[in-house]
Design a binder for this molecule. Structure first.
Ligand code: ADP
Ligand code: ADP
Ligand code: MG
Length: 475
């Protein structure tokens, strides 16, 4: 039966969800706001609703207004996307009360996994290795210092409700720990409305490796293998790849980490698409980091290597339908995929740079998927997430995927706003990256951003020389 499904998000993910909603024969309902009068996702939506307001607090984070529209327009299911209300237990519970389907896991899983301290305890209880340190919240700097003395410095203070790489501080000594404790609590309270903090060992030179989970409401829990997301700035991912080059051809390790993720998913009776994130140390031991109970930004690379449509299956699961896959054995890895997050940001400082796109074009090689919300005239407002597109490239193997990514990056032009395209071009060509030899410290240690200026001025010089040549040909 066709359902009226509301997409509670904007940008590239709203388009991605709308495509899946329509493909499954449902009605896609999208929002426009006073801050974005003609968002590109509406092209993929059958019904357009006005969400009043000029900023995210008034619109996509405004639960009351959204719930009112849900009931007024007889919405039957809601897909929250990522960010905004996607991991908000109250939102999921309110929809449950209204007998509207929340396209995500049951609210108990969101609640437990949304708290880094509670989820860590649950992971530990179910036999999943966790990072040494406190499992629960710590109450005082003194308690943090006692635990840190035991586990040894450096340690990381982390907001239990944190996300998006925010609410974390590395402390090298007891002095630093004391200084940072109150500050992290304050930041956590103001950013996440929860001052809870935990302390854990800061793992040196680690890899961020995560496992995609896909589950239905009938008790089937599958994994779709791993993604490596170690190219990060400010603890936020900018390039992801699947499978992980660090795990490489160690199939037993691949299976072990994937099955460990399933173990945790089983412990919370997980029943949707979700991701279990791990930190992998230099010696390949791995520890639970957190679970994201939603569709993730980098889900497409898994779709590309497994052929499983995660968004469509997440919807099917929420509606109580059968998944497209019936057994774990059906899910296989074919080839390699890389995703570059294209952000409206200064490529050197990597800070958001809002503005208006005045020109946009591309001519990609075979095997490229570009999930984006860019068009000529598109205005990246300060209130929007700076991520405006995801370049997703699939190849027969990692070498081919890198070759195609390099070509695709050089054939995309965005003018009017600063983007990190040139930074990606440098990374994709950089020796350590090509060798698959990088950790989460890659950006801070190798500093590919330092080479951007040289590349940009090379391009400017080339353009100038070309203009002179064209001019001389005209004469
Ligand atoms: P993923 O885990 O899917 O790779 P991120 O953790 O980078 O993605 O976050 C996904 C999106 O949600 C990003 O656009 C980020 O800005 C936003 N986000 C994540 N957590 C929060 C949060 N707690 N509050 C606000 N925005 C968040
Ligand atoms: P978020 O909710 O913001 O995504 P995570 O707990 O997933 O927070 O951590 C984000 C990133 O921070 C990780 O991918 C990793 O690079 C770094 N990080 C988190 N915890 C640790 C740790 N204990 N040791 C080293 N790096 C860490
Ligand atoms: Mg994370």
């Amino acid at each position: 039966m066709s359902k009226r499904i509301l997409i509670c998000n904007r940008g590239e993910i709203a388009i991605r969800i709308a495509k899946a909603v329509r493909e499954l024969g449902h009605t896609a309902v999208g929002f426009w706001t006073d801050n974005e009068l003609e968002p590109p996702h509406l092209e993929y939506c059958d019904i357009w609703l006005h969400l009043k307001g000029n900023n995210n607090t008034e619109t996509y984070l405004n639960m009351d207004q959204i719930l009112k529209l849900v009931s007024e327009h007889k919405i039957e299911a809601v897909h929250p996307g990522y960010g905004f209300l996607s991991e908000n237990t109250i939102f999921a519970k309110k929809l449950e009360e209204m007998a509207v389907i929340f396209i995500g896991p049951h609210s108990f899983a969101i609640e437990k996994m949304g708290d880094k301290a509670i989820s860590k305890q649950m992971a530990k209880d179910s036999g999943v290795p966790v990072i040494p340190g406190s499992t629960g919240e710590i109450e005082s700097a003194k308690e943090a210092a006692e635990i840190s003395k035991e586990i040894g410095y450096p340690v990381l203070l982390k907001a239990v409700a944190g996300g998006g790489g925010k609410g974390m501080r590395v402390c090298l000594s007891e002095d630093e720990l004391e200084k940072n404790f109150a500050a992290v609590r304050r930041e956590a309270e103001s950013s996440f409305g929860n001052p809870g903090v935990l302390v854990e060992k800061y793992i040196l030179n680690p890899h961020h490796i995560e496992v995609q989970i896909l589950a239905d409401k009938k008790g089937n829990i599958f994994h779709c293998f791993e993604r490596e997301c170690s190219v990060q700035r400010r603890h936020q991912k900018i390039i992801e790849e699947a499978p992980s080059p660090f795990i490489g051809d160690d199939e037993s390790l691949r299976l072990k980490i994937s099955e460990t993720a399933v173990l945790l998913a089983k412990a919370v009776n997980y029943d949707s698409a979700g991701t279990v994130e791990f930190i992998m140390a230099e010696d390949k031991s791995f520890y639970f980091l957190e679970m994201n109970t939603r569709i993730q930004v980098e889900h497409p690379i898994t779709e590309e290597i497994t052929g499983v449509d995660l968004v469509a299956n997440m919807i099917k699961s929420a509606l109580g339908e059968e998944l497209d896959i019936k057994s774990q054995a059906e899910i296989k890895i074919l080839g390699h995929a890389i995703e570059c997050r294209i952000c409206a940001e200064d490529p050197v400082t990597m800070l958001p740079a809002p503005g208006k796109v005045v020109a946009f074009d591309y001519s990609f090689p075979q095997g490229v998927r570009f999930d984006h919300c860019i068009y000529k005239g598109f205005e990246v407002k300060p209130d929007f997430d700076p991520m405006i597109g995801k370049l997703i490239v699939r190849g027969l193997n990692r070498k081919v995927a890198i070759r195609k990514t390099k070509d695709a990056l050089s054939r995309m032009h965005i003018d009017g706003v600063k983007t990190n395209l040139k930074l990606h071009e440098i990374i994709i060509d950089q020796e350590n990256f090509v060798a698959g030899d990088y950790t989460t410290n890659y950006i801070s240690e190798v500093k590919p951003q330092d080479q951007v200026e040289a590349l940009v001025s090379d391009v400017a010089l080339f353009k100038k020389a070309l203009a002179i040549e064209i001019e001389s040909m005209r004469q």
